[in-house]
Design a protein around this ligand. Structure first.
Ligand code: BGC
Length: 759
């Protein structure tokens, strides 16, 4: 481990970052003085106590069992040995624990209350991957703002979101929680979400909360998409793909960072001094605090990295993990380690200062009860405005993947529509898997959303059941793969329908933490169900529900219309119905590549050309699979509309540029169809020859544009060193002279091309 760190340290000394001058707010001297004073009064035990975070316990409002875990936690709060709690929520509950911290401890330091507010609190927005498909930064920011407001009104001050792990592996369950595969889009979305949660970073409003950039780092690159696994990652990928969203969040002023469960090239991220202390807190100037992931400090023991709790505590704190989430490591072991001279107290002091700083910034010292107002709690949570905001982003998250013969939009009258599938009537699955504060079965189902179109003739038949029992957050989803009952009724109904809408895919609990899958086709009997109905009535609209890319090759070839509807949260049915009936013209674009089959995974658009990317059809010696095409089923950035767009007149202001001279790009977009629509115009670049081989294309700009039928608009993009540079083999951010291609279009296969030279 030592050798690795020395090597990385020496790499650090030559490293330069695009924006070295981090935009974390400068420290407030007044606050720092208050922290000095407070820390001068704290015992070592109390300092370590601030670094301890407990999970909530069932009896916060009543007596705890003697000798039990809750009793212990309860006593520790009183002793000043707890700095934070998670999973305590609701004004009443939070007040109970906050009162103990403020009124019964020696120094009265308030707790910071954390919670996983991932895509909403009570009112749920689409899962984050779905929201990313909107490419609509304002709507994404608004969604985080709504989530923050509801959580804050419930007494929470800090969310463990946004997750910004770039991932190329559809097998990984946590894709649902991120923004997909691209670092440029991922960074923009990360910043938008931080703005939504934290507002202007002053926390003057009691409806904004501190955000967490997670999981630092490379969690999305865990091997085989298998949860909690190792990440073996080269520095080229780490710097150019994984870190940009984290850097963007830090620049946006994010107040905390959570480390990840995985190892990064052999070292648990929890103890990765280079990533935490040197890059994050050093080069990037991050002045908030780092929280471990759940028990990740303790898990370094079974990893085989730390021999015991003492070693785990030492390596985590020295690396820069400031707070121990439910690991039970810092409080019992760290104080002694410092007293015995085995850990330098400066690490504890640094951690405590950071934690106290965020508590001051949140105004908790001025008024520890400022988030605790029953009236506000009632008014804010589930408000009409919040429901409208999540409906808006839900519509924008839907991606139209196929629409042959304009089978969509459906007609609002005069068409016999049959709706099929358990998911069509589900009020639970659309809520996704991260919805601890929300109530089960509270989503508007697709069936309800369609029934609200009163003039339309919609009948519903379930068909074979999706699962054998109702799945939960804590259990494995068991898909029905044996019981075909219901199929005959569905077939009979299909024979009489003008159009059949089938809602198929994954249950909401099939993605999320610990939900890795090796088979990413439609689970259970659904593919057979789809084929059986197709044989009777091929006029099918397939509405997909999923939290990851699915391999749906057969459907993509045969089914005339496919709508990617993810899990869209509380307003799912209303959003889906408005797209199906054409009241909202779909505008989403895939934030992750959809593979043809799982064997292609990882498959992603910003891959490399290799020495033999395109082959001679008469030879086998080129980069290909013998049994399948290597191209994706649907590329990154892909999505259709009820209208069509044309791209023309791609122009650069010059042919040759000096280094640091901005490259001005323009293109004309025209709505060539019959209805108004939105298009995400995407700009990609390719650096043709470089000291480190560059991806075949990289997203470096996008704009969401709305045009009326026949309308056209000239769009402008500027490319600077920030977009044209990259991290080289020495991990230095450099801009190399050479020729570049610019490609613009409506997805990552964009083929309108121009070239320029950088002198
Ligand atoms: C997850 C984190 C989450 C934490 C607290 C962990 O299992 O990996 O993302 O914030 O639990 O719930």
């Amino acid at each position: 481990m030592k050798i690795r760190q020395i090597l990385l340290f020496s790499a650090m000394s030559t490293m330069t970052f695009t924006t070295v001058n981090a935009q974390q707010s400068p420290l407030n001297p007044e606050t720092e003085k208050k922290i000095d004073l407070l820390m001068s009064k704290m015992t070592l035990e109390e300092k370590v106590g601030q670094m301890n975070q407990y999970n909530g316990f069932w009896d916060v409002t009543g007596p705890a069992p003697v000798g039990g875990d809750a009793q212990n936690k309860y006593n520790n709060i009183k002793k000043g040995l707890v700095g934070s709690m998670l999973n305590v929520r609701g004004v009443k509950e939070v007040r109970t624990v906050q009162k103990i911290a403020v009124e019964q401890t020696r120094l009265g330091i308030p707790l910071i209350i954390g919670f996983d507010v991932i895509h909403g609190y009570k009112t749920l927005a689409p899962i984050p991957l779905a929201e990313a498909a909107s490419w609509d930064l304002k709507a994404i920011e608004k969604s985080a703002e709504v989530a923050a407001a509801e959580a804050a009104a419930s007494g929470i001050n800090w969310t463990f979101a946004p997750m910004m792990d770039i991932s190329r592996d559809a097998r990984w369950g946590r894709n649902m929680e991120g923004a997909g595969e691209d670092p440029y889009l991922g960074a923009k979305i990360a910043a938008a979400r931080v703005r939504g949660f934290q507002g202007d970073n002053t926390f003057r409003s009691p409806l904004r909360i501190a955000a967490t950039a997670k999981h630092y780092a490379a969690y999305g690159f865990i091997e085989s998409g298998l949860e909690y696994n190792i990440a073996q990652i080269d520095t080229n990928t780490l710097y150019n793909q994984v870190l940009p969203p984290f850097k963007a969040a830090v620049d946006q002023g994010i107040r905390s960072v959570m480390n990840s469960f995985n190892t990064v090239n052999g070292v648990p991220a929890t103890a990765d001094r280079y990533l935490l202390r040197d890059v994050l807190k050093g080069k990037w100037g991050f002045n908030g605090f780092v929280v471990s992931d759940w028990a990740s400090i303790r898990e370094m023991i079974p990893w085989g990295f730390s021999k015991d709790e003492n070693e785990a505590a030492k390596s985590a704190v020295e690396a820069g993990t400031d707070m121990d989430m439910e690991g039970g490591i810092y409080v019992p072991y760290l104080t002694d380690l410092v007293k015995k001279g085995k850990v330098d107290q400066k690490y504890v002091d640094d951690a405590v200062r950071r934690i106290l700083r965020v508590k001051y910034e949140l105004g908790l010292f001025d008024d520890p009860y400022r988030f605790l107002d029953e009236k506000r709690e009632k008014e804010v949570i589930g408000s009409k405005a919040n429901l409208e905001a999540v409906l808006d982003v839900a519509k924008k998250s839907i991606v139209l993947l196929k629409n042959e013969k304009n089978i969509l939009p459906l007609k609002k009258s005069g068409q016999k529509i049959l709706l099929l599938g358990s998911l069509a009537a589900s009020k639970n699955s659309p809520l996704g898997s991260w919805r601890i504060a929300s109530d089960n079965n509270t989503a508007i189902s697709v069936l309800e959303g369609m029934k609200a179109y009163k003039t339309s003739s919609v009948s519903y038949v379930e068909g074979p059941k999706l699962t054998l029992e109702e799945p939960t957050f804590l259990t494995e989803v068991k898909y029905n793969s044996t019981d075909f009952s219901g199929i005959e009724e569905a077939k009979k109904a299909a024979a009489n329908a003008d159009v059949v809408v089938m809602v198929l895919g994954e249950h909401g609990f099939s993605s999320g933490e610990a939900r890795s899958r090796t088979d990413i086709t439609l689970p259970g009997l659904q593919e057979t169900f789809l084929k059986e109905i197709y044989n009777i009535n091929p006029n099918i609209v397939l509405v997909l529900n999923n939290g990851r890319p699915l391999a749906i090759s057969w459907a993509a070839e045969h089914i005339p219309a496919i709508v990617e509807a993810w899990q869209l949260g509380t307003q799912t049915g209303n959003a889906v119905a408005s797209v199906l009936y054409g009241d909202y013209n779909p505008s989403g674009k895939l934030p992750m590549t959809f593979p043809r089959n799982v064997g292609q995974v990882p498959v992603y658009y910003n891959h490399y050309s290799t020495g033999r990317f395109n082959g001679d059809p008469n030879s086998v010696f080129w980069s290909h699979y013998s049994d399948a095409e290597k191209t994706p089923l649907f590329p990154f950035g892909y999505g259709l509309s009820y209208t069509t767009f044309s791209y023309s007149d791609l122009q650069l202001d010059k042919k040759n540029y000096q280094k640091n001279e901005p490259v001005q790009v323009s293109v004309t977009l025209k709505n060539t169809g019959n209805v108004s629509g939105k298009e995400v115009v995407q700009l990609y670049i390719h650096d043709e020859f470089a000291s480190v081989v560059r991806p075949v294309r990289e997203l470096k700009g996008f704009e969401l544009v709305e045009l009326k039928p026949g309308e056209s608009r000239v769009l402008h993009f500027t490319l600077t060193g920030k977009e044209l540079g990259f991290y080289n083999a020495q991990n230095e951010f450099i801009i190399e002279p050479g020729t570049f291609k610019v490609m613009i279009g409506g997805n990552s296969d964009a083929n309108l091309t121009a070239s320029f030279t950088l002198e």
